[in-house]
Design a protein around this ligand. Structure first.
Ligand code: SAM
Length: 171
């Protein structure tokens, strides 16, 4: 993914675990989108990532991240495959996904993925299973404010998307 991104992005690309970021007050903004935060399974993982984001950001900077809203899970469909096909030039990619094993105690579940890639060289299949976790706004907000973020608010987006500010000046 980094080599693909390097064709489009100028600047440094690094592969790092968001729970172990070592940057110090270097960035005006940190974004963590596309549900990457959903991979934070435990309270410890979640706090490590959010503390790391806080340290990365310069005073006056912002954090925007998204995740699945634990409150919305009554709407989610389990144990049923969904399929979507997209064409990228001569390459056809079919993606099948299914969510299973919902656990209400910690709002976590498994997602199964199967990708079928068809191109001139034939047909290849890839699969993956990942455990994900939905989060609650009130809980995230209390962790964020405990870390020092201010002006925490939910943005109008499809997923639970949160904006938080780092400001060490008294308001
Ligand atoms: C659903 S993808 C979203 C990718 C991208 N942000 C986007 O919007 O297209 C979730 C990404 O989170 C990454 N991820 C999972 N755990 C991570 C961790 N501990 N640190 C950094 N990235 C992680 C996965 O490798 C995956 O690329």
């Amino acid at each position: 993914m980094l080599s693909l991104a390097s064709n489009k992005v100028k600047g440094k690309l690094l592969r790092q675990d968001m729970r172990r970021l070592k940057f110090r007050e270097q960035f005006d903004a940190v974004t963590c989108l596309g549900s990457a935060f959903t991979y934070m399974q435990t309270h410890r993982d979640m706090v490590s990532a959010l503390r790391g984001f806080y340290r990365c950001i310069k005073d006056g900077g912002i954090l925007i991240f998204d995740c699945f809203d634990a409150e919305d899970f009554k709407l989610k469909r389990f144990d049923r495959w969904r399929e979507e096909t997209q064409l990228f030039g001569d390459v056809r990619i079919t993606c099948r996904t299914m969510s299973t094993n919902w656990r209400a105690e910690d709002s976590s579940w498994d997602v199964h993925w199967v990708w079928v890639v068809e191109d001139a060289s034939g047909l290849r299949e890839f699969s993956d299973v990942t455990r994900l976790k939905a989060h609650r706004l009130d809980y995230l907000a209390s962790v964020l404010s405990g870390i020092g973020f201010r002006g925490i608010k939910r943005l109008e987006c499809k997923r639970l998307t949160i904006l938080a500010h780092k400001s060490t000046k008294p308001s």
